[in-house]
Write a protein that binds this ligand. Structure first.
Ligand code: HEM
Length: 126
């Protein structure tokens, strides 16, 4: 399945379910919890959801509200070493299991998250 077909298959509802499952783990996470804004977790959830909807063939609400993604640049303020990257991916893998999306969509997303997360590493540390 190619990237643009994921939105058609799982819709806004599928992305919402997935990203809610991801962010529900954030506050209690010893590595990721302190990195995210506690007073605006709902906003963070919305931004990631909108980004994915745009990236996988849905409406470009993310671009309208946030402009060009520049994801690596936007992550530079956060110290992302191997351990943070691995934790983020592990939490997202768990969210993917929990959301029970159609297998073809889940596989495309799993591969995408693992690759982009590696690309976000910006510190030479564990
Ligand atoms: C590698 C581990 C990662 C860490 C530790 C991390 C951490 C963060 C943090 C702390 C924020 C700020 C929360 C907010 O207020 O929006 C953020 C924003 C964001 N992240 Fe990540 N992230 C990681 C990987 C990823 C990946 C793989 C993606 C893409 C699938 C991604 C997409 C985004 C997006 C779209 C935003 C909002 C950017 C904006 O519009 O300001 N992140 N991330």
């Amino acid at each position: 399945m190619n990237d643009d077909q994921v939105y058609n298959l799982i819709g806004e509802e599928g992305f919402r379910r997935l990203i809610r499952a991801f962010y529900s783990q954030v506050p209690g996470d010893d590595i990721l919890g302190p990195m995210y804004p506690p007073e605006d977790l709902a906003g963070a959830e919305q931004r990631l959801t909108d980004f994915l909807i745009f990236r996988f063939g849905g409406p470009p609400r993310y671009i309208e509200e946030r402009g060009h993604p520049r994801l690596r640049m936007r992550h530079l303020p956060f110290a992302i070493g191997q351990a943070a990257r691995d934790r983020w991916v592990a939490n997202m893998d768990r969210a993917l299991d929990e959301a029970q999306l159609p297998a073809e969509a889940a596989q495309v997303l799993r591969t995408f998250f693992a690759e982009i997360a590696t690309f976000m590493i910006n510190r030479d540390e564990r």
